[in-house]
Design a protein around this ligand. Structure first.
Ligand code: S3P
Length: 431
């Protein structure tokens, strides 16, 4: 149990934070380096439990990968050869991205792969990824009446599909694209709202034909992937916590270095600017890959509550817990709608955020597809249950580090999933 911020008398922030490498890009960088023909070089990969889970699954399937480290040199073995039937279940730990993307890869292999994970991952819906893979010719087994892990993918020869996704999910889109790539068949996929496009961009940069026309994303079979030479940008989802930390401070500024800028990932930044938060954006040079910015966030602003609608949610899906907790110190009411997908993340994030806000003395309530938070200036105190969810731990950790908050968090170590040095960075930025 960690006690945060108790007894803080001043509340100024200062300094720079280099948030860890982007989680979505790190997963894909490992996969595509393994699938490439030739030697890839990847710098700044996220060294977290989720990314290590992807490395473990790739190794269990026969790809040779070095330890996940700051500078990796990876000899790819191609995506069609030398794979082996895994001797034991593929352990995905807490990682939905590992499970769903690698399910697409497994669907194209001539053997069965069983995916398992921790208690949280085992509760998350997987039939949504099984459906398109079965439509392509794989067979996917679950325990009777269950929708979750364990899940066994019986792979084999696949055929192409055109699939309209019922939910906006980059993981599902990517699973279909990877099944097409590894199965050597053309696939088309359409999403109800645009989601992060890292799979499309990265595959396209490695020589695969991936195009978008009339809302349909189409991948054509490819013979090989070129090796990667990539500097992974900072994760905007991790930077959101420190943007909030600065905006909640009485004075001072924080500079967040080298943060990925993508229109599919910047919803939190746009939302806090609408709330009245002062954030400067300074473009930094990127050696290839997606644009990146230094973000300089300033304390001392008066924040006001806002409404977030469905069309804004996909670009900030992982940041809604932090937005809702930040809204505690905004004047008036903040409402988030169209975010029902939050109920099937690492925890039911709508229920987890609202129950924890109430536990520390904030007026908040759930909506079926979102939540409502009433801002307050009152001192706050109480105990937060993370439900082993890294983003719940970090969102409340940020509030707990500010003045007039005495908050304890039950499982601070769960941040290892996406931001292993979070607590150290948090302690460093305030005086
Ligand atoms: C991710 C996609 C999103 C996001 C997750 C990472 C990815 O999930 O919440 O943290 O890397 O593709 P969904 O695909 O379920 O929306």
């Amino acid at each position: 149990m960690a006690a945060l911020g108790m007894g803080r008398t001043t509340d100024a922030v200062h300094g720079n934070v280099r948030v860890p490498g982007d989680k979505s890009i790190s997963h894909r960088a490992l996969m595509f380096s393994a699938f490439a023909s030739g030697t890839s070089r990847v710098r700044g990969i996220l060294q977290s439990d989720d990314v290590k889970a992807t490395a473990g699954v790739l190794r269990a399937l026969g790809w040779k990968l070095p330890e996940v480290s700051a500078e990796m040199t990876i000899d790819g073995a191609g995506f069609t050869s030398r794979l082996r039937s895994p001797v034991s279940p593929l352990q995905c730990q807490n990682s939905g991205t590992t499970t769903r993307l690698m399910a697409g890869v497994a669907a194209a292999q001539p053997f069965a792969s069983t995916f398992v994970g921790d208690a949280s991952l085992s509760r998350r819906p997987m039939r949504r990824v099984a459906a398109p893979l079965e439509a392509m010719g794989a067979r996917v087994e679950f325990l009777e009446g269950h929708d979750g892990l364990p899940m066994t993918v019986h792979g084999g020869a696949l055929h192409g599909i055109a699939w309209e996704l019922p939910v906006a999910s980059a993981q599902l889109k990517s699973a279909i694209l990877l099944a097409g790539l590894c199965g050597g068949v053309a696939v088309r996929v359409r999403e109800p709202a645009p989601t992060r496009d890292h799979t499309e961009r990265m595959l396209s940069a490695l020589g695969v034909s991936v195009t978008t026309r009339d809302g349909w994303i189409e991948l054509q079979p490819a013979e090989r992937l070129s090796p990667l030479d990539l500097d992974v940008p900072g994760d905007p989802s991790s930077s959101a916590f420190f943007l909030a930390r600065a905006l909640l401070a009485g004075e001072g500024s924080l500079r967040l270095e080298n943060v990925l800028r993508s229109p599919f990932r910047d919803g939190f930044l746009r939302a806090v600017q609408r709330m009245g938060g002062a954030v400067d954006e300074v473009r930094v040079s990127a050696p290839g890959g997606e644009p990146r910015d230094d973000l300089i966030a300033h304390g001392g602003a008066r924040l006001r509550g806002i409404s977030i609608e469905r069309d804004e949610v996909t670009a900030m899906i992982d940041e809604v817990p932090m937005l809702a907790v930040l809204a505690v110190r905004a004047e008036g009411t903040t409402e988030v709608r169209g975010a029902e997908e939050l109920r099937v993340k690492e925890s039911d994030r709508i229920a987890a955020v609202v129950s924890n806000l109430r536990a520390i003395g904030v007026e908040a309530h759930e909506l079926p597809d979102g939540l409502v938070v009433h801002g307050t200036d009152a001192p706050l105190a109480g105990h937060v249950k993370t439900h082993a969810d890294h983003r719940i731990a970090m969102a409340f950790g940020i509030l707990g580090a500010t003045r007039d908050c005495a908050i304890t968090v039950d499982d601070p170590d769960c941040v290892a999933v996406s931001y292993p040095h979070f607590w150290e960075d948090l302690a460093r930025v305030a005086s």
